[in-house]
Design a protein around this ligand. Structure first.
Ligand SMILES: [Zn+2]
Length: 139
């Protein structure tokens, strides 16, 4: 289970809706299974219409902040404009089996995934339920 407030989910949806010609992306910051903040990043992929690559400078800065006592980088988010909220084969190819959380915003909704060594989806991802931070023990 991944916990994220409806406010943060709404912000992600707005970011995705504002730029439907390309995949939007960014980082999930927090601790454990709780997303406490998001950090939007430029999509620096060569073909941002169908791929995403988080601006490395944003990633480096986030890890630096984490080492300085800030929120940890617990995952990333990106959108699939017009597509499903499922990881693509390309997503699986790019994902390290590091337990990081992936939120994908598709035309059919929002889903969360965790990157693991032997997942159900493309051998890399398992689905993770999304919950609000205060709903303990549900779902
Ligand atoms: Zn994708």
């Amino acid at each position: 289970m991944l916990r994220i407030s409806s406010e943060l989910l709404s912000r992600l949806q707005v970011l995705a809706d504002e730029d439907r010609g390309r995949e939007v992306c960014g980082l999930l910051l927090g601790a454990g299974t709780v997303v406490a903040d998001i950090r939007p990043a430029a999509n620096v992929a060569a073909r941002p219409e169908t791929r995403f690559e988080i601006d490395p400078a944003v990633l480096i800065a986030a890890h630096r902040d984490a080492r300085a006592g800030g929120l940890q980088v617990i995952g990333c988010y990106h959108s699939h404009p017009g597509g499903r909220a499922q990881p693509s084969a390309e997503d699986a190819r790019l994902a390290a089996p590091d337990g990081q959380y992936w939120i994908i915003l598709g035309a059919d909704g929002v889903m969360a995934w965790q990157a693991v060594a032997q997942g159900d989806v493309h051998d890399r991802f398992i689905p993770v339920a999304l919950a609000s931070p205060d709903s303990v023990g549900q779902r």
